[in-house]
Design a protein around this ligand. Sequence first.
Ligand SMILES: Cc1ncc(COP(=O)(O)O)c(C=O)c1O
Length: 454
Amino acid sequence: MSREAKRLLYQAYDYALEFLSKLNDRRVYPDEKMLKELKRLDIPLPEKPTDPEAALKLLHEVGLKATVTSAGPRYFGFVMGGSLPQTLASSWLTSAWDQNAGLFDTSPIAAYTEEISLRWLVELFGLPKTCGGAFLSGATMAAFTSLAAARNHLLNRQGWDVRKNGLFDAPKINIIVSEEIHVTNLKAISLLGLGSDRLTKVRTDNQGRMLVDEIPDLSGPTIICLQAGDVNSGCFDPFNEIISELDSDDTWFHIDAAFGMWALVSEKFKHLAKGIEKADSWSIDAHKWLNVPYDSGMALVKNEDALRSAMSFGASYLTPAPGQRRPTDYSTGLSNRARGIDVWTALVTLGKSGIAEIVERCCSHANYAAEELSRAGFEILNDVVLNQVLVSFGDDARTDEVIKEIQRDGTCWCGGTIRKGRRAMRISVISWATTKEDMKKSVEAMIACARHVK
Ligand SMILES: Cc1ncc(COP(=O)(O)O)c(C=O)c1O
């Protein structure tokens, strides 16, 4: 490696450490002035090369200002984990290795870490040993992949080969989701040609759980999408009841368990997911509660053949590798980042007890926030069963103003949502980095902001 290349990489490392060392003290979201820095990147497309050190310096200077501190301990927006130091380290190594995870031939380390991690995940979640799995960019693509397997498998049972014949004139598939289904599942359904307006939306209870009695009587091929961890309330659909009642060879149960799956690792919370192991497929994010860097999600599918036959493609130059995992046979892409490496690192370094500790700590922070906000006179709109808190600061307009004020203040960051027709602020605690002190500081800032708004 040249001296210049080495210098550049050391420089990037220094910049990264400078950023990371400020995580605790930075504003959580850039202010207007900081965002103006972005313009510095928008120069005319250079005719000639730019000095890489100068380009890196510019990126660092702009990035330090116009970067959301979601890697820090007081980011409670959406449902976004941070990166554990060890998974950031493995991700740096993965980038340096520049592995193409498509085939065993393109990267033995990528294929092998996928294989081991999948085995560990199946064990960790108590799923059937028959499961196959794919490493993907996140839960959206995991839903897409799982539902592609579901669609093809159910239609195959009707004598219809989707891969050859497409969907024109195919037998109908019923699709059942709850009215609170995470929107990315609808995206996956529509990308798969199943039509997001053709499905049946089932009403939910006041927490967002699917109402079993409202599921219509259906016959023929049916996909039922359920949720482990509602994006707003954190609740779980009643899997045990629904699956026991409706299970048949023509029904495929998919569970969006983007973050809720990790609750299974905790003795304290696994009761929420009773019956989850009876489903046919699960979409899970590693960049949420496992706290690995973006992007990282997994699809687990009980019938490995259904997954492989939906996703694999061959070509003469793509050498088969008997007895070796070919990641592309299970995932959407051919060239892929070697995501199994970070997942392996997280699993090996945390172990079961480390994952459970993060889950339980986050949930205890969420409870603390709910209790303090309620004590301060604000209304908590959900049962805080996991790591999600929904709070109203009064009427919709006032709640919106308070959310804006909290975002302006910059101590922490929370977003808004609509909960059963009411505006609410969402607090999602999912980072390994959040301490009790962070939660205290954040809740104090929330209360001060709320009192400040007239
Ligand atoms: C419940 C749920 N499902 C699906 C997704 C989509 O996941 P991703 O952004 O990794 O594609 C999210 C992301 O917030 C989620 O919370």
